[in-house]
Design a protein around this ligand. Structure first.
Ligand code: FPP
Length: 240
């Protein structure tokens, strides 16, 4: 088999796992780990801009995270509000376009307004699209897309369903990274990750740095992406 050397991924998705353990190891409250997680996210956004990655999609709060202790849930809501107040301007200055993906129904009006304002304020930026998945679940996404299709009475096809997903504006991830040593998707981008290359890093998210991101990009570069074809078909371009 010929050595593979893919172009860098266009779209990187990340399950930012390990904040709680990072904090617990330091005898700090879990929310201290999530705060460090915001710093790690800011670092990774800068790195993605520098690496020419077009889309970064991160899992910040899952549909299932409501079941965490009330203190942690409200801490994460506060952290999002704080990030909106502090980080939108510097992100905009770096050319980042922000989109929030997920069910906004259960969020406070203040948060809903903040999300919309951040999206509007960064709508014309083109260097990096940052999708923050908040109150997101892959199953929720497929169900809301299917409901939209049913409402319009359209024929149910893969492309019609894809066009109704919360990620229709940016397409599917090429590389999906999960930090923190666990090896599962945890209801993240279930449909969209069908052909993503998966990379599992043992690094806890608050510690995730340039070397970790580059290791993932390098591993991606060496993967043979066959999309259901054989290696021989890829070499000759003889599919179909
Ligand atoms: C998983 O780690 C992480 C989360 C549930 C939250 C992720 C949020 C951030 C990184 C902050 C960025 C968010 C905003 C508000 C923009 P975990 O708590 O499950 O870690 P553990 O597995 O070590 O317990």
């Amino acid at each position: 088999m010929a050595a593979v050397s893919n172009a860098p991924p266009r779209h990187v998705a990340i399950v930012m796992d390990g904040n709680g353990r990072w904090a617990q190891r330091r005898h700090l409250p879990r929310i201290a780990g999530h705060k460090k997680g915001v710093d790690a996210l800011k670092r990774v956004v800068k790195l993605c801009v520098a690496r020419g990655i077009g889309v970064l999609t991160v899992f910040a709060f899952s549909s299932e995270n409501w079941n965490r202790p009330e203190e942690e849930v409200s801490g994460l809501m506060e952290l999002l509000a704080l990030a909106l107040a502090r980080e939108v301007k510097p992100l905009a200055e770096e050319g980042v376009r922000l989109r929030f993906i997920g069910d906004r129904n259960n969020l406070s009006q203040r948060l809903k307004d903040g999300l919309s304002q951040a999206e509007q304020a960064t709508a014309s930026n083109e260097r990096l699209l940052l999708n923050v998945c908040f109150n997101y679940g892959g199953r929720w996404d497929v169900v809301q897309a299917a409901r939209q299709l049913a409402d319009t009475g359209q024929e149910i096809t893969e492309s019609a369903l894809s066009s109704m997903l919360a990620t229709a504006h940016c397409g599917d991830p090429d590389l999906l990274i999960r930090t923190g040593g666990e090896m599962r998707l945890s209801n993240f981008l279930l449909w969209q990750a069908a052909y993503a290359e998966l990379f599992f890093s043992a690094t806890l998210w608050p510690d995730f740095d340039e070397a970790d991101l580059d290791a993932a990009i390098q591993a991606f570069g060496a993967r043979e992406r066959r999309f259901g074809l054989t290696s021989a078909q890829l070499l000759t371009g003889a599919a179909g």
